[in-house]
Every structure is written in C-alpha cells, then in structure tokens.
Design a protein around this ligand. Structure first.
Ligand SMILES: Cc1cc2nc3c(=O)[nH]c(=O)nc-3n(C[C@H](O)[C@H](O)[C@H](O)COP(=O)(O)OP(=O)(O)OC[C@H]3O[C@@H](n4cnc5c(N)ncnc54)[C@H](O)[C@@H]3O)c2cc1C
Length: 417
C-alpha cells in the first residue's frame, strides 16, 4: 500500500472527510497555512482568523485521534507559502509516495492539482462526499435542459433525500413557501443574541499573527465571534434551532438598520469550512418541524437554501467554470466604487451593509443581493470586480458560492425560482 501524504485544506475540516478513511498506519496528514491563499484577494481578517484557528484546532483533534499530523504554520521558516509546492515538499520530507486530496473548493486549485496527477509524486484526487450532489451528478441533471431552474433541481433533491416529504408528496402540499417568507420587521422585536464563544490561546495567537500579516485588510477583529471548533459550531446550530428557526421564515427577506443578523443562522462559515455538514443541519431543522417546534414555512425556507441553493450554485460553478467567472453579458466594465471599502456614502442602506460587513465579516442575503449587488449593477461595475470584493469581505466567502449571484445578475440567465 502506498504511503500517502493526505493534504487537508482549510475548508475541509471534517473528521469524516473522504481522504481520511482507510489510512495506512504510516500515513501523514498535512495542513498548510500559506500566505498565497491569504493574499490573492484581501480577505477580511476575521475570515483569515476563522480559517487558521479552525485549522489549528482541527489538527489537534486529528492528533488526539492518533493520526500523524504535520502542520505548516504561516511563520515556519521552511514553509514555501504556496499549497502545491508545500505539499510536495512535505511528501518528500516524510518519504511519501503519493499525495491524496479531496476535491478543493476552487477550480484554479483543482486544475493545478489535476495537472500533477502524472507527476513522479502523483496526486490522487478524491470526490468530496460532504455535499448532497457531485459535480458529475449535477452535470448529468443539467445535460439537455433548456433552462436550469433551481426549483426543479430542488424538488428532485427533496424526492431523493426524503426531506420534508410525506408519502411521496411535499409536506403541507406545496414544494415552496417563499410567498410566506416576506414579512417586514415589526417596530419592537427582540432578536435573540448570538452565542459568544470564548477566545482560547490558539485563537488569540492567530489573531496576533493576522494583525501582523494582514492588518491592512478591510475589516477589524474586535467583533470576532465565529466558531473555530466543531463544538462551537454545534452550539451555534442549537442556538439557531431553538431561538431563531421558528421566525426564520417570515423575516427571511427583511432588512434592518441596526440588527445585522436578524433570524439568520450564521451557519454558512461553519458549513463551508466543514465544521458542520449540510445533512446534519437539514435533518436537525426537519426534526424541529416534525416535532412541532418550528413552522413549515421556516423549515422549508431554510432547507431550500441549503439543499436547494447551496447545492445548485456549486453544481453550476463546476459545470460552467472557467468561463463562468468571466461572464459579462451586459459589458459592464466599471470599477468598484471606493465606498465599498470605506462605507463613505450617503446611501444609507449601502453604508450600513458595508459597516456591518466591516465589523462582522457578515451580511445577510438581502444585503448581499438587493443592496451591494443591485447598486453595483446599477453602477455598471464589472462582475469580476464585485466577485473579488464578495470573496474578500465575508467570513463564509468562497468562489463556488459567491460567483453565482454576481454572475447571474450580470448575465441575466433566467434560472431562479
Ligand atoms: C451576492 C451574494 C454573495 C454570496 N456569497 C456567498 C458566499 O461567498 N458564501 C456563502 O456561503 N454564501 C454566499 N451567499 C449566499 C447567502 O447570502 C449566505 O449563505 C448567507 O447570507 C449566509 O448567512 P447565514 O448562514 O446566516 O444564512 P441563512 O439565511 O441562515 O441561510 C442558511 C444557509 O443556507 C445557505 N444559503 C443561504 N442562501 C444561499 C444562497 N443564496 N446560495 C447558496 N447558499 C445559501 C447557507 O449555507 C446558509 O448558511 C451569497 C449571496 C449573495 C446574494
């Protein structure tokens, strides 16, 4: 059996990751912090702290399970600061004869890894089974269809998973309760406060490192409250289920001048880096409906975002890259207005969306789509420039999710439902 170096990326922090199964005793698991990944857009410092701290905690969790782990820290003098050369350096260092990796989240990395498949030290790439669908299955679903409608894709996944299905029919008789998800916020409404996670020594050390290396990026660390361990992510999930999910549906499309999170779950970052799985989150939400603790419009609306939109945009990303990111059917070539970085604008909704993003590395979907997205569209901003901004500013930002809404608006593809 070959001796593998198993490379785990910063968005693959799941103990049931496909590459961690059936490992020989002499396998080496590697996690690498590299400056190249932190700098290709100016990521929000909270996003960098989240990923580096979560990686460090995950490495410890793997060591506790008895695995041999190499951790390349950002300031290791030998660190080559670029993922592929660093992984190959470590494989040579430990005498490994192949590098194993699960499909990365980004097309550019996937290309770079597949190009190394025939190298003397081969890369063996494994499909990411943490999603409900694979790029291949999505491409088969899309093949020959005139339009790729989210609604049809979503219904198929509901049937396949059985989520919110009763005797083969959708729970409550309708597939989609979007029409019940548009109430404005009443004047006096208490929004339950998000759980506060203490900062341990690992996170504090990473914060100091990030201040030193990336302190010039947009956004501050003062409000850092992202979960960096699975335990903390589960606390956030339970908080959402108990205190927010019942009202998630009706206020899903609302916006507030003062409340950044409203009844949204704030689970995207934990989902995207692998601390939570979409299956456990959807099944937990479904249980709230089945046991009478949350109404159907909330639970269906929430599950639709994860089972529907999240899977659908990932399928589109892998099916349409690399042209997808360069799409610009409206020929919009303007620069991003400077106020997207400074918040210095008299448009109050835009200013507040940017200030909240600066403070929390978060904006909810209405701020992203209707405020920052629409205003950039009206200002003729190039979709790539806006994509890069989205990729930089949110803790949950990853290219496979954020390209879709940006490119969709500019390409006018009638796919949404
Ligand atoms: C312009 C734009 C850029 C975006 N960029 C990203 C991104 O980089 N990363 C990211 O994870 N999401 C992105 N989204 C989707 C969505 O806005 C965020 O997932 C959501 O705001 C995260 O907050 P939450 O966890 O509180 O979401 P909730 O409102 O609580 O929704 C629950 C979950 O559903 C999923 N979800 C919700 N809406 C969408 C959507 N439209 N597409 C895909 N999944 C969705 C997320 O996993 C989210 O955690 C973007 C949306 C827009 C319009």
């Amino acid at each position: 059996m070959p001796r593998p170096l198993v490379l785990i990326l910063g968005d693959q922090l799941s103990t049931d990751l496909a590459s961690l199964g059936d490992l020989p005793d002499d396998a080496v698991v590697a996690l690498c912090e590299v400056a190249g990944e932190g700098r290709y857009v100016p990521h929000h410092p909270q996003k960098i702290v989240l990923i580096l701290s979560a990686m460090r905690h995950f490495a410890e969790a793997l060591r506790r399970r008895g695995l041999r782990v190499h951790y390349s820290a950002l300031d290791d003098p030998d660190n080559l600061q670029s993922l592929i050369p660093e992984a190959e350096r470590l494989a040579a260092l430990y005498g490994c004869d192949e590098i194993r990796a699960v499909r990365p989240g980004e097309w550019r990395l996937w290309q770079a890894m597949t190009a190394r498949a025939g190298a003397p030290l081969p890369w063996r790439l494994i499909e990411d089974d943490r999603f409900y669908t694979t790029p291949e299955a999505f491409a088969a679903w899309a093949d020959g269809r005139k339009a790729l409608r989210l609604e049809y894709f979503y219904r198929e996944l509901r049937r396949r998973t059985g989520l919110l299905m009763e005797d083969g029919a959708p729970a409550g008789g309708k597939w989609n309760y979007d029409a019940d998800n548009r109430e404005p916020l009443p004047d006096a409404l208490e929004i339950p406060a998000a759980p506060r996670h203490g900062l341990d020594a690992t996170t504090e050390a990473v914060m100091a490192l990030v201040e030193e290396h990336f302190g010039d990026h947009f956004g501050g660390l003062a409000g850092f409250q992202w979960p960096v361990t699975r335990r903390q992510a589960l606390v956030d999930l339970r908080h959402f289920l108990a205190h927010l999910l019942p009202d998630f549906g009706r206020y899903q499309d609302a916006i507030s001048d003062s409340e950044p999170f409203l009844f949204h779950s704030r689970l995207s970052a934990a989902l995207n880096i692998g601390l939570l799985s979409p299956r456990e989150v959807c099944e937990a939400a479904e249980r709230e409906y089945l046991e009478g603790r949350a109404p159907l419009n909330s639970v269906e609306g929430f599950i639709r975002q994860i089972l529907g939109w999240r899977e659908y945009v990932r399928g589109l990303y892998w099916t349409r890259m690399p042209d997808y990111k360069r799409g610009n059917a409206l020929g919009a070539n303007g620069e991003l207005p400077a106020c997207y970085w400074s918040g210095d604008t008299e448009l109050r909704c835009l200013r507040r969306a940017i200030e909240m993003t600066r403070d929390n590395a978060y904006a909810h979907h209405i701020q992203r789509l209707m405020v920052t997205g629409n205003i950039a569209l009206l200002c003729d901003v190039s979709p790539e420039a806006l994509c890069d901004w989205y990729l930089a500013v949110y803790a949950d930002a990853c290219e496979w999710v954020e390209s879709y809404p940006t490119c969709w608006a500019w390409c006018c593809t009638p796919t949404a439902a």
